[in-house]
Every structure is written in C-alpha cells, then in structure tokens.
Design a protein around this ligand. Structure first.
Ligand code: SF4
Ligand code: SF4
Length: 263
C-alpha cells in the first residue's frame, strides 16, 4: 500500500489466479499500513466516521486533507498519515487495523489494484485489475490461492464499488472529457457541491432538507423518506443529482411550476 508499490503491467481478469495470504503471524504484519497514498471514497467516509462515532466535519478535520485530483480537477479528501517518522496510518495498532470491518476500499482490495477506463467512442467503461507487489509484503509467499473475483468478494470490495458507483462514474466521465480535449470547466460552485456530496452527508442532508431543494426538484415521496433516514441512500441520490447537474442527464426532474416561473 505504500507509495513505492510496484505495479505489474499485466491486466488481470476476474478469473486470474494468485497466491496470497495476510495474517497476524506474518513477519511483515502492519508494514503496509504506513505512507499510504489514499483518496477516500464517499462510502469509505460514511463507514469510517460512523465507526469512530464522529460527525462528517469532525472526521474530515481530524483525519483528512482536501486535495484536487490532477487530471479531473475534482476535489477529494485524502487520508492523513501520522506525523511520526514511519508516517503510520492513524488506525494501525499492534493488533492490526483498529477499524478493520470498516477499512477503506483501497485497503480491502490490496494487493489487487482496480481501475476503470472509458475508451474513446466506447459506450461502456472497461474495468481492469493489476497486481501491486511490494518488496516488504510477504503475503505472496503463502500458499492460499484466490481468483481476483474470489478476493474481491471475500474482502467486500464489490459492495464498496457498488455503493461508490455514482462517484466513480463522475470521475471517469470527467477524465474522459479532459482526455478528449474538452476545456469545459466546472464552476467553483459545482466543485464545492462535488466535494460536499462526496465527503459530507451531514451537509448534504441540510442542503436537501433545509433549503428550497425539494421545492425546486420533483422527488418521489418514497425517495424523500428513504434519503431522510438512510445516509448511504442519501449519498447515492446526491451523486445521481450531481450527474444531472454536471452532464445534463435529467434523471431528477425539476418541478413544472419552477420552470414556468423561470420562463
Ligand atoms: S485503514 Fe487500516 S488497513 Fe488501511 S492502512 Fe490504515 S490501519 Fe491499515
Ligand atoms: S502480508 Fe502484505 S498486506 Fe499483509 S501485513 Fe504483510 S505487508 Fe501488509
């Protein structure tokens, strides 16, 4: 997981097999939980801040630093490493990861890296996997065999990807547009909205329920009830709304009256 991890240039399929096992008795135990280069996904943040019983603001302030992704210029939250010499992850203890059940998706998928790309002219994005081999990681010397599919399922990666799908879609679409030479920039307001939806369901809830949002948008009552009581559903809804705003998808309808008034 450390920055200097060697990425194997071989594209792996879900059925590709590898040998790996990570366990407390291994000599390198905890060696990977330092200098971790990790952008947190929206679902990571919800799981972690709930695990730590913190509000989104408290979690972001204590454990993350804001950063702008190079290719897309989208703002994200990066997990802060400790200030000690080893730059250890704030959650690592002698006994291992203190938030193991709610660890971020990057920690879950390691040593498999996952990527998605949208080829020019293609309608569907393409997913690919690659192996991250680091000299200090002895897990590759163990005998347990997995397919990529089995590993992802075992570590809960599939669930995280499903929850983060809207966020991944926005990043890929923005990346594809930039690669195609689009110079269209999102406004500062749009970038702020992206950061809020991606990192802070508390603020998103206020934005939807404490402003004129529900007067402007025509949202089904059952959806309103769902997003009021379930913050993962709220996050997913927020990401769908962002896709509408950024890319004109029009999945979330604006109320007719509002349109008439504007006209
Ligand atoms: S969150 Fe847990 S698994 Fe991930 S780097 Fe930190 S201690 Fe290690
Ligand atoms: S086997 Fe690899 S993933 Fe497991 S503790 Fe060692 S370095 Fe970390």
């Amino acid at each position: 997981m450390k920055k200097q991890g060697k990425l194997e240039q071989v594209a792996l399929t879900p059925e590709s097999r590898f040998k790996f096992l990570c366990h407390k008795g291994i000599k390198c135990f905890n060696q990977c939980c330092r200098e971790v280069d990790m952008v947190l996904t929206p679902f990571d943040i919800i799981r972690m801040k709930n695990r730590l019983k913190l509000s989104c603001d408290e979690f972001l302030l204590r454990y993350t630093t804001p950063e702008v992704l190079e290719k897309t210029k989208l703002p994200v939250a990066r997990l802060l490493m400790g200030e000690d010499e080893d730059k250890r992850c704030p959650f690592v203890t002698e006994a291992g990861c203190s938030i193991y059940e709610d660890r971020p998706v990057i920690c879950r998928s390691y040593p498999i890296g996952m990527g998605t790309l949208m080829k020019q002219g293609a309608k569907e994005k393409e997913e690919f996997s690659f192996m991250v081999k680091e000299p200090h990681c002895l897990g590759f010397n163990e005998d347990k065999k997995w397919s990529i599919r089995e590993w992802r399922e075992d570590q809960g990666v599939d669930l995280y990807d499903k929850m983060n799908q809207g966020w991944i879609d926005i990043i890929i679409k923005k990346k594809t547009m930039s690669a195609a030479g689009s110079t269209a920039e999102l406004s500062d307001k749009s970038l702020q909205m992206f950061f809020m939806v991606s990192t802070n369901v508390d603020k998103l809830k206020n934005f939807i329920f404490e402003t004129k949002f529900l007067q402007v948008y025509d949202i089904d009552e059952d959806v309103v009830e769902r997003i009021k009581s379930d913050e993962v559903e709220l996050m997913k809804f927020g990401l769908e709304w962002l896709k509408d705003v950024f890319f004109g998808k029009n999945n979330i309808k604006i109320r007719g009256e509002t349109l008439k008034k504007k006209g």
